[in-house]
Each structure stands twice: as structure tokens, then as C-alpha cells.
Design a protein around this ligand. Structure first.
Ligand code: SF4
Ligand code: SF4
Length: 371
């Protein structure tokens, strides 16, 4: 598997253009394309946040890719994403504006088709089908451009997790409700990636997020752009750069077991791995999870017991809550009410998915262990 890696010391258009041009050449992308290709770029626009905060894909990275495509004769380039929250024109226009996507015009069409299609999965999958936003279903070539982050539920968010944003709007919380267990949810993510099959995945890690990702963490720049045609192995590699143990990240463990990620078969191209990388802080949800350090035969029974005792729940910082209701809208268990302009959580029924924390624009939700 060919893994490219380039040092990019800041969000500077010329430097990014240079790195993207080298990446596309190293991965021989030109030969995969023809002028009539419908290319769809799938960014991470998890919520309406300024690009100066490392929650979303930086517009300059997308712009460089679009400029490279246009210079190679591609005319039909669409950016398509279903953020957390609603999936309609009004909601997405605001996301595009706040995330800086409007500067991509006229090179890139910002998707305004909010329909979705049912796509069948191969036999043997946990899911028989997925409901996927239409531009992704109709694309000839998919460029997955994600942000590198730690993640409260899955531990890690890169190329595989970014593809969860092809599920339309509030169907995403419903998927959390269908798969409340981390292993089942992670298997669903891997199956979704196998169904979408992005042609190339680029990881924006010039600035990345540590701690309570995907939206409530802090900046941890790596000054790197990564690119590969293999979304699974690249995620395994990138998790290692963050100082995480990829074997402890359920979706990566499953990808290895299924023969999709091949960590022993990485061939590096581009710049050298920087020597001064420091480990990322993990999310609060993962801080007390020490089952991985136990002998293997004790891990399963202990994980069950620990799962009950150490289960994490969302807790409100009342003084920060503005009563916007975004947490209630995204809660798959419907256990959040807005009263007197404040969110009120019931613990019963909580599946610890942290969609509420992810969608809170005020960082008003933190994680508390049951004990
Ligand atoms: S907790 Fe956050 S998302 Fe929920 S109502 Fe308060 S400010 Fe809005
Ligand atoms: S309260 Fe938050 S963590 Fe619990 S089910 Fe609802 S969204 Fe998920």
C-alpha cells in the first residue's frame, strides 16, 4: 500500500498546492480520471465551525484538490456532505458559509440536492443496505477529505469515520440507536466504507484535534497532509502518528481482521515522518478504559463489568447552555428536553453515543463516569 505524507507548516495556499500536486502524482491519480468524470469531494463538515478551529476540513485543502482536478480537465466537481443535524438547504447553506466553503465557487458546486438513495450491501454484511446521499451514489470518483481527530465514541476519526457523513441528516443518530454497542457501530462504519469505496482519501492533519473530539477538543497540529487510495491502512497509520494504539481502535481492529487494513504492507512516499511528534490527549470517555492492559483472558469479562460500572454519561455545564436544542435534536434516545432555556438529560435510556456533545456549539456538555 502506498502511503504519501507531506510536511505543510501552515494553511498556506501555495504550500498546500505543492503538496497536493506531489501527492496526486505519487498516487497516479491522473490515470484514474477522464474529462467527463463526475467527481464528488466528501469533506468533514461535522458542524458550522470556522476553519480556524480544527473540527472541519480546511477549505484551502479542498480548494487545492479542486484546482488540481480542474487543471487536469475535470469540469464536474461537487462537494457533498451531510453534517450532524438537519440535511436541508437552509441548514447546509449556513454550514457551507461558516466552514468557509463558499470560497470554492465557481470551481466546486456546493451540493443542494438533499435526496438519498438506498444502496444494497454485499452478502454477509451486518447491514443489508445503507441510505446514502444522492451525489455520492451518482459519483464516478469519490475524494474523501477528512480531518484527523480523536473521537469521544470511536476513539479515532479519520477516513473511515468521515464516511458516516454520507448518511443523511438525522438518520445518523438513528444508526447510533440501532448500533449502541461500539463493536457493532464500528462494524457498520467499516461496512459503510466498503459500500462507498472512496477512490482516494486525504487526511488534513495540518491542524488536528485532540481530547474531546470530534467537536469539543483542542488543536494539536501535525503539520501534515496524508493521502492514500487505501482508506483502512492509512487510518491505521495515522492513528499511530497520533500516539494511539491502532489495535485498540475497534474500527481499525475490525479492518485488520477483515483483511482490509494491511499495516505490515506500508510503503511511504513524500517526506519523512517527523521525529518530534507528541501523543494526542484522548477523550474523557476513554480515560478510564484500562481493560486493554489486562491479560487477554480477563479482558472480556472485565470489560462487561467495567462497562456497567464505568459507563460514561453526558453532563451539562448549565452556565454554558444557551438552550439551542441541538443536543435534543440529535439524541437518538430522545431523552433530552429543553426547559427554561436549558437542556435536561435523563440518564435512563442513554446509549452513551455522545451525539449531544458532538452537536453542542457551546461545549456545554462534558462526560462523567457512572462511578
Ligand atoms: S447543551 Fe448545548 S446543544 Fe444542548 S441546548 Fe445547551 S447549548 Fe444547545
Ligand atoms: S443523551 Fe447524549 S449520549 Fe445519551 S443517548 Fe442522547 S445523545 Fe447519546
Amino acid at each position: 500500500m502506498l502511503q504519501t505524507l507531506y510536511n505543510v507548516p501552515e494553511y498556506n495556499e501555495e504550500l498546500i498546492d505543492l503538496a497536493i500536486a506531489k501527492m496526486m502524482e505519487a498516487l497516479s491519480i491522473e490515470k484514474d480520471l477522464h474529462p467527463d468524470c463526475k467527481v464528488v469531494i466528501k469533506p468533514n463538515l461535522v458542524m458550522a465551525k470556522s476553519p480556524s478551529f480544527p473540527a472541519t476540513t480546511h477549505p484551502l485543502v479542498i480548494k487545492s484538490v479542486a484546482k488540481w482536478l480542474a487543471a487536469h480537465g475535470i469540469k464536474d466537481i461537487t462537494l457533498a456532505e451531510s453534517s450532524g443535524g438537519l440535511y436541508n438547504g437552509e441548514y447546509m447553506k449556513n454550514v457551507y458559509r461558516v466552514c468557509g466553503m463558499q470560497q470554492l465557487a465557481p470551481l466546486v458546486k456546493l451540493n443542494m440536492d438533499f435526496s438519498a438513495k438506498t444502496v444494497n450491501c454485499p452478502a454477509g454484511f451486518q447491514n443489508h443496505s445503507f441510505h446514502i446521499i444522492t451525489p455520492i451514489c451518482e459519483a464516478d470518483y469519490i475524494i474523501n477529505i477528512c480531518k484527523l481527530k480523536t473521537h469521544a465514541m470511536t476513539g479515532y476519526s479519520g477516513g473511515i469515520k468521515n464516511l458516516f457523513g454520507v448518511i443523511p441528516g438525522l438518520e445518523k443518530p438513528q444508526m447510533h440507536y440501532r448500533f449502541p454497542n461500539l463493536e457493532d457501530f464500528s462494524r457498520m462504519l467499516v461496512e459503510l466504507a466498503e459500500t462507498v469505496k472512496p477512490d482516494i482519501t486525504i487526511i488534513d492533519a495540518i491542524d488536528a484535534m485532540e481530547g474531546n473530539g470530534p467537536t469539543g477538543g483542542n488543536s494539536h497540529p501535525l503539520y501534515l497532509l496524508l493521502g492514500s487510495k487505501d482508506v483502512y491502512t492509512q487510518d491505521y497509520f495515522a492513528a499511530g502518528l497520533m500516539g494511539l494504539d491502532p489495535k485498540e481502535i475497534m474500527m481499525l481492529k475490525l479492518a485488520v481482521e477483515q483483511g482490509l487494513a494491511l499495516p505490515d504492507d506500508i510503503s511511504l512516499s513524500g517526506d519523512a515522518i517527523p521525529e518530534n511528534l507528541t501523543p494526542f490527549q484522548v477523550p474523557d470517555t476513554k480515560k478510564l478504559d484500562f481493560t486493554g492492559s489486562l491479560p487477554r483472558f480477563l479482558q472480556k469479562p472485565f470489560a462487561k463489568l467495567a462497562g456497567r460500572l464505568l459507563k460514561s454519561y453526558p453532563q451539562l455545564r448549565k452556565e454554558l447552555c444557551v438552550g439551542c436544542g441541538k443536543c435534543a435534536e440529535s439524541c437518538p434516545a430522545h431523552i433530552i428536553d429543553i426547559r427554561d432555556k436549558k437542556a435536561h438529560f435523563k440518564r435512563k435510556g442513554c446509549i452513551s453515543c455522545f451525539c449531544c456533545q458532538e452537536m453542542c456549539p457551546m461545549k456545554a456538555i462534558f462526560v462523567k463516569k457512572a462511578l
